[in-house]
Design a binder for this molecule. Structure first.
Ligand code: C2E
Ligand code: CA
Ligand code: CA
Length: 739
């Protein structure tokens, strides 16, 4: 055997583990020459390490102990003529080693194995020792090593895929994005077989409007050197190279490789964007894991990311209010339940912004959202001690506070008033906000979240109804009233064959000559049985349920068109209609009135609008603009039920009104009760001084009529003249009055 001296270039020190090559031969010389032949050989940066077996038996032992023999050069004839073939059969079948590459060698021709043996035992080469020059030997070994490398990488792939499968099932089970991300990194270390510095960056939820806001991309999980970077925005992570590769990777959806590491894109179908940055080079990664596995790993991570991101998104939708960033209603309930076990005494505040609808109409939806955001912010600042603050819907907020001595209702009211002292500036608009508050306490363990919130809402509704104060504390009586309203409201919403709507008209006479000055339109609700429901209570129910605007619009249309058809009225006769607080709050009132007057061809200057004092308590700009608008069109405005509310003469002067209607209760009692008479007198004196017209309601008797005429009241209304009349009863009444 002639071996050439090793060539210079091949001699190189390598730090990597050498290839193990097993020489199986009963001839010690063969071992020696092989040693000399491969000395200093290096393949792919790895040296050759020879392992020697002088018999098939010894080889079995070595192979059993070492699973990393890359190549075995096996002598065919050793202990027996077939010892070599026996060994390869044993390696493949019994040992189950399918990786070690096998090269058979024989000293004598004629011992060549059958081709079926070569196939069956996956033999890489067969050579006669005589013709094995050094070059040929090394070529054979290198070829075998290439084969070994290939089968090994296939094997690692297979194993890693298996691993992937097993781990991924567990990883995608993670429901929280942060947990998922952490699991990915841990698994990646397993996959590589060594700790790697990793960053998993991405969005925490679906991008808004499908557009990725880079500043929202954060580190979802970090390991190794990056460990402390968790939660940071990408902009604050690592050096420029790392940042750029992550950003570029997310933007382009392409792998971005640098000299220090590689960023792999996580591409999802729903626009969640992310990148897995690894602190090892792309080449090292492919060598350690294999490109196919990397691809598979990344696409699996992307899938999991998509799934958990979606879940997170859904959770966010469920628990974080998109407009204000506060909790949602569901979140509030959950927090209530969580806190129930720790604090027996809880206080729920249900609040809303007064006349928010008007703000929306005035500044538009987008800025109105800003108002909500700022309101939420002020509430958060005002109640740092709140257990939760949530937006329930539209302009309604819920605050959960510890109850008892910690938070007394009056203190909470004072804190809110203080917080909204200053207007909120939205662009050029200074928006003053006033909040209504409904309170309910929970003092016993059995009272649940929904119930307590409902109580607070009933209290809030009471504030809305009465319109006199800005807050109320729930009282069981309120609930009864609420039930009743609900029952009545259901009568209202029933189809028209259940409750029949109509309008009756009650005349208002000029006190001086007792001619018809006006008709007041009053709603009537008739049951299928033919009886009438109590109007005042039905109107209250309509108010509470929000149906009032609908009913009001219907009322305007019917009343205006019936009124224009009334025969025999003077041109100056007017129609009075009632406006309730909730109707005034809604901007549709303008449209409803305009549509009804247009349809009936009734000029606005034939109308008188009756409003209650409650509307003016906050001297509300919205009420004032509506009333000013009506008056500018020639309509008149009068204050209904004057004297029952918080009448303050001092403000009368400032209001855009033309007159007052003295409440029936004063008129009723005036002939027996001198106090009532005194009140009527002083009301009249002030009204006259302010040049306001005066109407007396509920004039039932001749005496009452005479007193009011003496006091120079302008108009009289009441059963003394007529009860409210149906439209069919009007002609007869008009005829009689004109007669
Ligand atoms: P209101 O505006 O104070 O209407 C006067 C109420 O007093 C009417 O009750 C009328 O029938 C009654 N009344 C008139 N004269 C006399 C009298 O001499 N003696 C007695 N005992 N009562 C008299 P009604 O029709 O039951 O209406 C009750 C309330 O419902 C109204 O009080 C008004 O606030 C509200 N309402 C009625 N229709 C409408 C409507 O279309 N829109 C709105 N927003 N509210 C309405
Ligand atoms: Ca009225
Ligand atoms: Ca009245």
């Amino acid at each position: 055997m002639d071996f050439l001296a090793p060539s210079h270039t091949e001699v190189k020190k390598s730090t990597k583990a050498p290839w193990k090559i097993l020489i199986v031969d009963d001839d010690p010389d063969v071992h020696e020459v092989t040693k000399i032949a491969v000395a200093g050989c290096v393949f792919e940066d790895r040296a050759f390490e020879l392992v020697h077996a002088l018999s098939a038996e010894e080889a079995r032992q070595i192979l059993s102990d070492n699973d990393d023999i890359a190549v075995a050069l096996v002598d065919v004839v050793m202990e027996s003529d077939t010892a070599g073939l026996g060994l390869v059969r044993w390696i493949r079948s019994e040992l189950g080693n399918h990786f070690t590459r096998l090269i058979l060698r024989t000293g004598q021709p004629g011992y060549a194995p059958q081709t079926d043996v070569i196939m069956k035992f996956d033999i890489d080469g067969y050579t006669e020792k005589a013709e094995l020059s050094r070059t040929k030997l090394i070529t054979a070994i290198v070829t075998a090593l290439r084969g070994y490398k290939l089968v090994m990488s296939l094997e690692t792939n297979r194993q890693k895929l298996q691993q992937l499968n097993a781990h991924f099932a567990a990883i995608v089970e993670k429901n929280a994005l942060s947990e998922f991300a952490a699991a990915v990194l841990k698994h990646f270390d397993d996959l590589v077989g060594q700790p790697v510095d990793c960053l998993l960056c991405g969005l925490e939820a679906l991008p808004e409007y499908g557009k990725i806001d880079r500043s929202k991309i954060r580190v979802l999980a970090a390991s190794g050197d990056f460990e402390d970077k968790i939660d940071l925005p990408v902009e604050l992570v690592g050096d420029d190279a790392i940042r750029n590769s992550i950003n570029e990777c997310i933007e382009s959806h392409e792998t971005c490789s640098t000299s220090q590491g590689v960023a792999l894109p996580l591409v999802t179908r729903n626009g969640m964007a992310g990148a897995l940055y690894l602190g090892i080079t792309e080449a090292a990664l492919e060598e350690l894991v294999g490109p196919e596995v990397v691809k598979l790993f990344v696409s699996n991570v992307a899938l999991g990311y998509e799934k958990t991101g979606l879940l997170e998104h859904i959770r966010n939708l469920a628990y974080v209010d998109r407009v204000t960033g506060l909790s949602t209603f569901s979140g509030f309930i959950e927090s209530f339940q969580r806190n129930s076990s720790q604090h027996t005494s809880l206080l729920v505040v249900h609040s809303e912004i007064q006349r928010f609808g008007v703000i929306v109409d005035g500044i538009g939806d987008e800025k109105a959202s800003a108002v909500l955001r700022r309101t939420g912010h002020r509430l958060s600042q005002t109640f740092p001690d709140a257990l939760t603050i949530a937006r329930k819907e539209k302009d309604e907020f819920l605050i959960l506070l510890k109850g008892g001595e910690d938070n007394k209702v009056q203190d909470v009211v004072a804190r809110v008033e203080d917080a909204f002292q200053d207007a909120i500036a939205i662009d050029d608009n200074q928006i003053s906000l006033r909040l209504r508050l409904g309170f309910a306490t929970r003092d016993n363990e059995n009272q649940g979240a929904e119930e307590t919130i409902r109580f607070a809402s009933i209290a809030l509704n009471d504030v809305r109804q009465k319109g006199l104060t800005n807050h109320a504390v729930f009282h069981p009586l309120m609930q009864e009233a609420a039930f009743e309203r609900l029952r009545l409201a259901s009568l209202l919403t029933g189809s028209s064959n259940q409750t029949e709507f109509s309008v009756h008209y009650q005349p208002i006479m000029k006190a001086r000559d007792e001619s018809i000055a006006s008709f007041e339109a009053l709603m009537r609700f008739k049951t299928p049985g033919g009886s009438y429901l109590n109007t005042a209570r039905m109107i209250e129910a309509a108010e509470a349920s929000g149906l009032i605007s609908e009913i009001g619009a219907w009322m305007f249309k019917s009343a205006f068109s019936e009124f224009v058809q009334m025969q025999g009225l003077s041109e100056s006769a007017r129609l009075n209609v009632n406006l309730s607080p909730r109707q005034v709050q809604s901007n549709r009132i303008y449209k409803d009135i305009e549509e009804a007057v247009t349809a009936a061809n009734l000029p606005l200057n034939r109308l008188v609008f009756e409003v209650t004092e409650g509307l003016f308590i906050s001297n509300d700009q919205v009420t004032v603009s509506l009333l000013s608008w009506l008056r500018s069109k020639g309509a008149k405005v009068v204050i209904d039920d004057f004297g029952t509310g918080y009448s303050s003469f001092s403000y009368l002067r400032k209001l855009p009104v033309d007159g007052i209607k003295i409440d029936r209760s004063f008129i009723m009692n005036m002939d027996q009760d001198s106090d009532a008479l005194a009140v009527v007198k002083s009301i009249i004196a002030v009204a006259q001084a302010l040049d306001l017209s005066i109407t007396a309601e509920g004039v039932e008797t001749e005496t009452q009529k005479n007193i009011m005429q003496e006091l120079r009241c302008d108009y009289l209304q009441g059963y003394h003249y007529a009860k409210p009349l149906s439209s069919t009863e009007i002609p007869a009444f008009v005829h009689k009055a004109n007669g």
